[in-house]
Design a binder for this molecule. Structure first.
Ligand SMILES: [Zn+2]
Length: 110
C-alpha cells in the first residue's frame, strides 16, 4: 500500500520541533526549582522536589519520544518506513497515522 511519505515526514518534523522546544523549556524550569530550594520552607520544598521529580519523569518520556521520532525520520529517508522491524511486514496505514513513530505491526507489538 503506498503511503504519503511527505505527509509523514512533515508530521514527524513538526513533532520533533515541538518536543525539542518542550525539552528546552522544561530544562529551564528544572533549574529554577533547584535554585529556589534554599529560600523556601520545608513543605513547599517537598512540594518543589515532588514537582521536580515529575518534571524529570516527563522530560525522560519526551526524550524517549524524541528518539523514536528521529529514528522514524531516519527510516523515512532510508526507505524502511512503514515496515515492521520485527517481521518486515507492512505496518497498517491507520496504525502509522495514529503513531507515525511506531516500528512494529500490531501482532509484533504484543
Ligand atoms: Zn511485525
Amino acid at each position: 500500500m503506498p503511503l504519503d511519505e511527505k505527509v509523514f515526514l512533515k508530521r514527524l518534523e513538526e513533532k520533533k520541533l515541538t518536543l525539542k522546544n518542550l525539552i528546552v523549556s522544561a530544562k529551564n524550569s528544572t533549574e529554577v526549582v533547584e535554585l529556589d530550594q534554599t529560600k523556601i520552607g520545608r513543605l513547599s520544598r517537598m512540594d518543589a522536589i515532588q514537582r521536580q521529580s515529575m518534571a524529570i519523569e516527563m522530560e525522560r518520556r519526551r526524550e524517549v519520544d524524541l528518539r523514536r521520532i528521529e529514528a522514524a525520520i531516519e527510516r523515512l529517508k532510508s526507505g524502511d518506513f512503514g515496515c515492521c522491524i520485527t517481521c518486515d511486514e507492512e505496518i497498517p496505514l491507520k496504525r502509522l497515522e495514529f503513531d507515525p513513530a511506531c516500528t512494529t505491526c500490531v501482532a509484533c507489538a504484543k
